[in-house]
Design a protein around this ligand. Structure first.
Ligand code: FAD
Length: 469
C-alpha cells in the first residue's frame, strides 16, 4: 500500500530520512501538503513565502515522477480522506517542536494508530532532537555555551542523497490548486517588491550554501556583524521551510573547517544557536508567549501607542533602527545585527513589550521561525534565558559607528527622493500600504525620545522593578 508523506517544513528531497526510508520500502509515495489552521494562522510574509516554496517543491517532485497534493482542512480529516482515496497504509511526517504542532501531531498519531495504520514521525528539522541533549543532572540547558559544549563533538550522520525517482500510486488523488489556498492574500501590497529578494527551493538553497562555503565563510567571523556586507549564509529562509537540511549545512561547515576556513567554527556555532532555540522552545514552550523569567511580569512595558507604528514603519528617527526595519519590509529578512538593535530599541528605549516586536517580525519575515524569533526577542528584552542583561542597552548610534562606519547600510535604506536615493530605499515606499500615507518626498521625522533619555527611562523602570515597585 502507499505511504502518505504529510509534507510540512521539510520541502526537500536530499537530507531527508523520511523520504529515503519511504523509497527503500519500494512502495508508492503520495506527498501531501495540508493547509490547516496552523498554516492559516501564519503571518503575511511567511505564509506568502510558503506558497512560493510549495510551487517550487511541487515542480521538483514532478521531475521525480511524483506530485504534491494540496488539500485544505483539519489535518486528521484530510489524512483520513486521503487514506480512503488511496488505500494508504502509512502516514509519515517530519517532526515539528512547538507545543501546538506537538499536540496536533500526537492526536493525529493516536487516531491513526487506533485505526490500525502505521503513523510515524521522523527527525530532520534539527541536528539534535531536543530531548537528547541533557545536562549532567538530566535536565535541559538554559545557557548556550554549555549546550554548545554538549553537542559540538557529536557525530552527525551524513545526509541522505536525493532519490532519482519516486514510485507513483496507480491513481493520483485530486489536488486543490495552489492559488485556491490563497496563501499570498495578506501580502498583496508588498509581494512584487519582496519577490526578487527571495531564494526559493532546494536547488537555490544548495547553490547558496555552495557560494557561502566557497568564499564568505572564511571571513564570517569578521564580516557577520556588518549589516551592509554579504557576509552571512542567508540560509535562514530555506532552513525554516526545510528547503535545505541542517545536516547538509553542518557537514559543509565541517568540511570548510577541515580545509582551514577561519570563520567555519563561528558559523557552526551560529547554526547551533538555532538548535538551542528549539531546545528551549521544546522544554519551555511558554517562551513563545510569556516572559521566560517571571520577574518581568511586573515590568511596565507598553503594548500600545504611537511609538509602535513609527517603529514598524521604520520612522523612529534613529537611522540604524529605521534602516533595519525598512530592510525587513523590502527584503523579508533583516541582518542579525539589525534584529538585535531594533529589538533593543523597541523594548528598552521605547519601553514596548517584546511581544509587539515578536508579532511584527512574525508578519514580515520570510525566514520567520517560531523558536529563533522568540529566543531573539526575549534575549533582547532581557526576559529570556541566557538573555542580554537589562542594563546592556544598545546605543544605535554607537552601533552604527562600529558596524556601519561608512554609513553604507543606512544610505542603502534611508535616502529620501532627490538625494540620489537608492532603488532599495525607494522600494520601501512601493512596499508599504497606502494607508500608512508615507511619501519618499517627506523628510524623516525627529526621534520620539533622545537616546540618552530613553536609556535613562528604561534603567529607572528596571531598578523600580527590582525595588518591587
Ligand atoms: P548565518 O549567520 O549565516 O547563520 C547560519 C544559520 O544559523 C542561520 O540561518 C540560522 O538558522 C542560525 N542562526 C544564526 N544566528 C542565530 C540566532 N541568533 N538564533 C537562532 N539561530 C541562528 N532567525 C530566524 O531564522 N528566524 C527568525 O524569525 C528570527 N528572529 C529573530 C529575532 C530577533 C529579535 C533576533 C535578535 C534574532 C532572530 N533570528 C531569527 C536569528 C538571526 O537573526 C537569523 O537566524 C540570521 O540573521 C539569519 O541570517 P543568516 O541565515 O545569514 O545567518
Amino acid at each position: 500500500s502507499a505511504i502518505l508523506w504529510w509534507v510540512r517544513r521539510d520541502m526537500r528531497t536530499a537530507d531527508n530520512l523520511l523520504l529515503a526510508q519511504a523509497v527503500a520500502t519500494g512502495r508508492p509515495l503520495v506527498p501531501v501538503f495540508i493547509c490547516d489552521d496552523a498554516v492559516e494562522g501564519l503571518g503575511a510574509a511567511p505564509k506568502w513565502r510558503l506558497g512560493l516554496g510549495l510551487a517550487a517543491f511541487g515542480a521538483a517532485l514532478e521531475k521525480l515522477g511524483a506530485r504534491l497534493i494540496l488539500r485544505r482542512g483539519p489535518a486528521l480529516t484530510v489524512l483520513r480522506d486521503l487514506i480512503a482515496e488511496t488505500g494508504a497504509g502509512s502516514v509519515w511526517w517530519g517532526r515539528q517542536y512547538d507545543d501546538a504542532a506537538q499536540a496536533r501531531d500526537s492526536d493525529v498519531k493516536s487516531a491513526l494508530r487506533d485505526a490500525g495504520l502505521d503513523a510515524r514521525s521522523f527527525p530532520g528539522h534539527l541536528l539534535f532532537e531536543p530531548w537528547t541533549v541533557k545536562t549532567g543532572q538530566g535536565g535541559f540547558y538554559r545557557v548556550y555555551t554549555p549546550f554548545w559544549r554538549a553537542v559540538a563533538g557529536r557525530e552527525v550522520d551524513a545526509p541522505e542523497p536525493a532519490p532519482k525517482r519516486l514510485i507513483a500510486p496507480a491513481d493520483w488523488p485530486a489536488s486543490d490548486a495552489l492559488e485556491d489556498l490563497r496563501l499570498g492574500d495578506a501580502m498583496q501590497r508588498g509581494a512584487d517588491v519582496v519577490a526578487p529578494h527571495t531564494n526559493v527551493g532546494e536547488a537555490l538553497a544548495l547553490d547558496r550554501l555552495a557560494h557561502f562555503t566557497d568564499g564568505p565563510i572564511a571571513d564570517y567571523k569578521a564580516q557577520r556583524d556588518l549589516p551592509a556586507a554579504p557576509g552571512t549564509s542567508r540560509l535562514s529562509e530555506n532552513l525554516t521551510y526545510g528547503e535545505i537540511g541542517p545536516r547538509t549545512i553542518w557537514h559543509a561547515g565541517q568540511r570548510a573547517l577541515a580545509e582551514g576556513a577561519a570563520g567555519a567554527e563561528t558559523f557552526l556555532k551560529e547554526l547551533v544557536w538555532r538548535e538551542f532555540a528549539y531546545h528551549l522552545m521544546f522544554h519551555t514552550p511558554e517562551i513563545l508567549t510569556r516572559n521566560w523569567k517571571p520577574e518581568w511580569d511586573s515590568f511596565p512595558w507598553q503594548a500600545e501607542g504611537p511609538q509602535i507604528r513609527r517603529w514598524q514603519q521604520g520612522r523612529t528617527g534613529v537611522a540604524l533602527v529605521d534602516a533595519a526595519m525598512r530592510e525587513m519590509y523590502v527584503t523579508g529578512t533583516m541582518h542579525n545585527r539589525g534584529r538585535m538593535i531594533v529589538a533593543s530599541y523597541l523594548t528598552k528605549h521605547l519601553m514596548t513589550h517584546w511581544r509587539v516586536g515578536l508579532d511584527w517580525f512574525a508578519d514580515c519575515l520570510i525566514d520567520w521561525d517560531p523558536a529563533a524569533n522568540a529566543m531573539g526577542w526575549q534575549w533582547a528584552a532581557g526576559s529570556g534565558p541566557d538573555a542580554s542583561p537589562y542594563f546592556r542597552i544598545f546605543n544605535p548610534d554607537t552601533q552604527a559607528e562600529k558596524f556601519d562606519a561608512k554609513g553604507v547600510y543606512r544610505r542603502r535604506w534611508l535616502q529620501t527622493r532627490g538625494s540620489g536615493a537608492s532603488d532599495l530605499a525607494l522600494a520601501f515606499y512601493d512596499a508599504c500600504p497606502k494607508a500608512w500615507g508615507l511619501s519618499p518626498d517627506a523628510p524623516d521625522p525627529a526621534p520620539m525620545i533622545s537616546l540618552s533619555d530613553g536609556r535613562a527611562r528604561a534603567l529607572e523602570a528596571y531598578s523600580a522593578r527590582d525595588r518591587g515597585k
